[in-house]
Design a protein around this ligand. Structure first.
Ligand code: OOG
Ligand code: MG
Length: 260
């Protein structure tokens, strides 16, 4: 068994047991590189697929300048969303399914055609996008205190935990997605706000960058993939009883309630 597979099992068991663990770079593999971290992530994907879980699509993370600066990185990261992570719009997110969850507001793309890098542009993304829709992502780092280095968070499938997609699908040409405003409220109080432009200037740039990053591994974005483009807003810690609402200009509202 490879060392990457061993680290993948360590992280999957933390997720399954809802238990925070020491980050990989603090003892298991202090010299973990970004490239190796993606190999660990790939092992996690393989484990989940072998368990019969279905992939919904890739997601981008750390796409806002604020998050990149905070992490000291120049490039975003990606991970993968699976079917068991989906919560219906208006549904319940259970605290007992999580470790220390946070929520963030995002714009998602549904691809109408494959998208193969390198050299993909935002305009090409928009031309190949079937729909755009609003989403709330629940991130839940498996690491103690949500504290990690860049390779750690990549290995941990970019902290992905749950996703609530909005129910109305819109054609991308109806919007200037960079100008779409979003608010994130908890119990009726706005906690975070932003606009699509927070994501690399335009959320389509996030999908383009994803295609170009995947191309380095000979992979592509696929027709039918539902892609989270990264948090527009900062992430807010969730507590029992919270009623969470993301409102996106013209794209609609996404809500869920936090239960025990
Ligand atoms: C990493 C995941 C970031 C986003 O949208 O930026 C992410 C983290 O902050 O834990 O999903
Ligand atoms: Mg996110």
């Amino acid at each position: 068994m490879s060392q990457y597979n061993e680290i993948a099992k360590y992280l999957v068991s933390a997720e399954v047991d809802r238990r925070e663990v020491a980050k990989v770079t603090s003892n298991l593999k202090p010299d973990l590189t970004v490239e190796e971290a993606y190999l660990v992530q790939q092992e996690i994907v393989t484990i989940k697929l072998n368990e019969g879980k279905r992939m919904i699509g890739p997601k981008m993370g750390l796409t806002s300048l604020a998050k990149m600066k905070q992490m000291g990185v120049e490039e975003p990261i990606y991970g993968y969303v699976f079917d068991y992570m989906l919560i219906e719009n208006g549904g319940k997110a259970r605290l007992s399914d999580q470790i220390h969850p946070k929520v963030e507001a995002e714009i998602a793309f549904v691809m109408g055609e494959d998208l193969e890098g390198p050299g993909v542009t935002g305009a090409q993304v928009l031309a190949k996008t079937e729909y755009v829709l609003p989403a709330l992502e629940i991130i839940d780092s498996r690491y103690e205190n949500f504290n990690f280095t860049l390779p750690d968070v990549i290995a941990d499938n970019a902290s992905t935990s749950r996703v609530v997609f909005g129910t109305s699908l819109k054609k991308p040409d109806q919007f200037e997605l960079d100008l779409v405003g979003a608010t994130l409220s908890i119990n009726g109080e706005i906690k975070e706000l932003g606009a699509g432009a927070a994501v690399l200037g335009h959320p389509a740039h996030s999908v383009a960058m994803l295609a170009n990053m995947l191309a380095r591994k000979g992979e592509k974005v696929r027709k039918g993939d539902v892609i989270l483009t990264g948090g527009i807003t900062g992430a807010i810690r969730l507590n029992y009883g919270d009623i969470v609402s993301g409102k996106f200009d013209g794209l609609g509202e996404v809500t869920f309630t936090v239960t025990d």
